[in-house]
Design a protein around this ligand. Structure first.
Ligand SMILES: [Zn+2]
Length: 182
């Protein structure tokens, strides 16, 4: 029995570093926050890759709100392995994402919550399980994370705008992400 426990411990120890194999080699972290967070919006616990607001990340044009030629990121990017399930963290209705440009990937998803007065945008999704007009409640499967239009690897781009708002109506999204340190 002791020998078997020893073997199991050895297996667990050797298995542990395998989690790192899920890391996307294209990820570059432009956030000082190294905490992994859980959220009702996705499975597992993951780190912020690019926060909301002015950023040194090179993917965005220089913005007058930011000094030093930095660009403005309108959402929060959470690095997660390709295929990570994304779930609804709030009640809402799925509305059309046709107005969103190609930067958001092939299948962006917009959840409208009129009570909160917001559209919640899920970008870079691959497989989408819901359709325009669907009502979703917390916990409903929405999509899988992917790298669609994301040269920096698979991640969730989580953006919040006022209802039917444009890019200039993007709001600080972190509160609605409902994160908890893992
Ligand atoms: Zn982003």
């Amino acid at each position: 029995m002791m020998r078997m426990l020893g073997l199991m411990t050895a297996l667990l120890l050797t298995a542990a570093p395998a989690a790192a194999a899920d890391d996307d080699p294209r990820w570059v972290f432009y956030s000082r926050d190294t905490t992994a967070y859980t959220s009702p919006w996705y499975d597992g616990a993951h780190r912020t890759m690019i926060g909301y607001g002015c950023t040194r990340a090179p993917y965005y044009p220089a913005d007058s709100r930011c000094g030093g030629g930095r660009g403005f990121h309108h959402g929060i990017d959470v690095a997660m392995p390709c295929g990570t399930p994304i779930t609804a963290g709030r009640f809402g209705r799925v509305v059309s994402s046709a107005a969103y440009g190609p930067a958001y990937g092939e299948n962006p998803l917009v959840i409208r919550n009129k009570r909160l007065g917001v559209d919640i945008l899920i970008a870079h999704a691959r497989t989408v399980y819901v359709s325009v007009g669907d009502r979703v409640t917390r916990g409903v499967s929405l999509a899988l994370a992917s790298d669609s239009a994301a040269p920096d690897g698979c991640h969730l781009h989580f953006e919040v705008r006022s209802v039917a708002g444009g890019l200039d109506d993007a709001q600080r999204p972190v509160k609605l992400l409902d994160r908890v340190p893992a």
